[in-house]
Design a protein. Structure first.
Ligand code: MG
Length: 273
């Protein structure tokens, strides 16, 4: 029997910043947390100690191939220290980089680049549009990631809702998609998908079926391509009431949703904790 393929988004699905923990229980009853990312000398991302134990079991059990699937750049991904054995495969830059033992597969990357050149507007056009239309009053940073897509860091309270809607329409007409996650607005080429890279890992490993989890609009294609999936009770998909036949919408929010998701992965992989 082949192992199952567990393809999971990271931020706000498995790991959480302090601002995203969403803990509502009394402090004395809060779960203990494990810090899995340090940035500029400070703790940045966490999961519960229980989630850490379950993730280790999942990685060591042999019945699952665990693949982190993130919109993060390679650099941002590689500073995370997930519990358990280092995953052989990881997907970064929303599918633009397929890491094999930590190194980007150049053949995969070239294929992605060729597809983007053919199917959507170039990054420069999107970047120029963002520079021209984003108001410095609420824009903290403008960034491009891996020369593949762009994002803004914004003051969420000052961000006009209409501007985001107009940007989404503008982007749609150019083969791009817009996702708003916390303080970040992403503009990502539509052909740059997590699901395409996950299919490639499934092909290479023979792992099946595919289990997936994610919280944002950029995870919708990943969830739709999975045989079974879970999404937390918070996030862009939950806010939109998004669901699909093979997807379970969890009630848990924040870091406890992350723990529940790993538990579901483990159960579905056939190893009860
Ligand atoms: Mg996420």
């Amino acid at each position: 029997m082949p192992p199952v393929l567990v393809a999971s988004d990271l931020d706000r699905t498995l790991i959480y910043s302090a601002a995203a923990l969403g803990l509502t229980v009394p402090d004395a009853e809060a779960p203990r947390l494990l810090c899995v990312e340090v940035y500029r000398g400070r703790p940045l991302s966490y999961l519960t100690e229980t989630a850490a134990r379950l993730l280790t079991e999942l990685g060591e059990g042999g019945s699952a191939v665990f693949v982190p699937v993130t919109t993060r750049t390679r650099e941002q991904y590689l500073r995370i220290g997930l519990p358990g054995p280092a995953p052989r495969y990881a997907i970064c830059a929303n599918g633009g980089h397929l890491l094999v033992d930590g190194v980007s597969d150049s053949g995969w990357h070239a294929r992605v680049r060729a597809r983007l050149a053919e199917e959507c507007a170039p990054l420069d056009e999107v970047r120029e549009h963002l520079v021209r239309t984003a108001d410095p009053a609420w824009t903290r940073k403008q960034r491009s990631a891996e020369e593949l897509f762009a994002y803004l860091v914004v003051e969420r309270e000052l961000l006009p809702e209409d501007w985001v809607k107009e940007l989404a329409v503008w982007a749609e007409n150019r083969g791009w998609t817009v996702s708003l996650q916390g303080r970040k607005i992403y503009a990502v080429p539509k052909p740059l998908t997590k699901s395409a890279a996950v299919r490639e890992v499934a092909r290479r490993t023979g792992a099946a079926p595919v289990l997936a989890a994610g919280d944002s609009l950029l995870d919708a294609d990943l969830l739709l391509a999975a045989d079974r999936g879970w999404r937390p009770g918070h996030g862009e998909l939950a806010d939109a009431g998004w669901t699909a036949p093979a997807i379970t919408a969890l009630a848990e929010r924040g870091v406890l949703a992350g723990e529940r998701i790993v538990r579901e992965f483990l159960r579905a992989a056939g190893e009860r904790p």
